[in-house]
Design a protein around this ligand. Structure first.
Ligand SMILES: Cc1ncc(C[n+]2csc(CCOP(=O)(O)OP(=O)(O)O)c2C)c(N)n1
Length: 305
């Protein structure tokens, strides 16, 4: 089989880094949805990686959008497809810069209007393709070109922001848990309205890691509580999909990443506190707003292994 047939969305010969988390995100979405996909992608690594016009490494139609507008462009594409009676998965696919920061206004508008699209945010915690400036997704104490001594502010809680828009489905996904990833994309395909899929995407040059480590670090992010796996239906049903009774020590996640090498003991403590606080809050939300009718309906068809 030629190499390019291994992926439904991204061909070989793209210029993504070896081990790029975002490439794996594309491959897993393709495993879940085949190539019945159209995408709107703003300025980010995902639009740079397939090469310059007239070449492309994408196997599916892609509209390149301005940095701030992928969600509205996707919503427009979906409206046209509906008028043409086409049943295609329309995806806005953006990095953390395009989601947490510059695309926030249009994203919020689309979520509030419950536009019928899937929004995928691959979060590499930095403005990657422009040389690693900090974003509001960069975690505390990580070194970037604009935070040379480590970021002082904490990471924005994008899931809570989107969940409180009362969208029908929001979920966190990990490239280190491919079955759970594919399950959530398949659920997103079935849900009508605005669906938010949020993936942590290891970045080889900017996390300063070896390419072989990206999947291991994505798994460790889940096991340490840095990136809990859960899904939320209609703001009111929280379902933790990977139960972690005992968290792995956070150093196992931090130590292989040279972006944290200059972090002081105090800032690592701060990182730990934020991670624990976030994890405890999600657990409390799941106790207060447990899985109900909607979650059960999807669990019947898409069980958690
Ligand atoms: C309005 C506007 N401001 C700035 C830029 C320059 N720019 C292009 S991509 C980018 C960073 C993208 O970061 P992110 O969305 O996190 O994706 P990544 O590059 O990490 O994949 C920036 C600042 C732009 N294209 N448009």
């Amino acid at each position: 089989m030629p190499l390019e047939n291994f992926s439904n969305i991204l061909r070989s010969k793209n210029t993504n880094c070896a081990g790029c988390g975002m490439s794996i995100v594309h491959n897993l979405i393709g495993d879940a949805l085949g190539n019945n996909v159209k995408m709107a992608i703003p300025a980010c690594c995902a639009i740079v990686a397939p090469h310059s016009f007239p070449h492309t490494s994408y196997k599916v139609p892609v509209a390149a959008t301005t940095f701030a507008s992928s969600s509205v462009v996707a919503a427009g594409m979906k409206a046209i497809q509906s008028l043409n009676n086409e049943n295609i998965n329309t995806i806005a696919f953006a990095g953390d810069g395009g989601t947490f920061d510059i695309g926030m206004a249009t994203l919020s508008g689309c979520a509030e209007r419950n536009e019928d699209i899937i929004y995928v945010c691959y979060d590499n915690e930095v403005y990657g393709n422009t040389g690693a400036q900090r974003s509001s997704a960069t975690p505390v104490c990580a070194v970037t070109t604009t935070t040379p001594t480590g970021k002082k502010e904490s990471k924005k809680d994008i899931m809570s922001i989107l969940i409180q828009h009362n969208i029908p489905y929001a979920a966190t996904l990990s490239i280190g848990h491919p079955e759970d990833f594919i399950r959530k994309v398949k659920i997103a395909q079935e849900v009508k309205g605005f669906r938010f899929l949020y993936v942590l995407s290891p970045c080889i040059p900017n996390w300063k890691i070896e390419p072989a480590l990206s999947i291991k670090l994505a798994r460790l992010a889940v096991q340490t509580g840095v990136f809990p796996l859960y899904e939320v239906f209609n703001r009111n049903e929280y379902h933790i999909t990977e139960k972690t009774d005992e968290l792995v020590p956070i150093e196992e996640y931090l130590d292989p990443q040279k972006r944290f090498a200059r972090a002081s003991k105090e800032s690592i403590e701060e990182f730990k506190n934020q991670v624990l606080g976030n994890w405890n809050r999600i657990r409390k939300m799941a106790e207060t707003f447990p899985p109900g009718e909607i979650t059960e309906k999807y669990l019947e068809r898409f069980p958690v292994n």
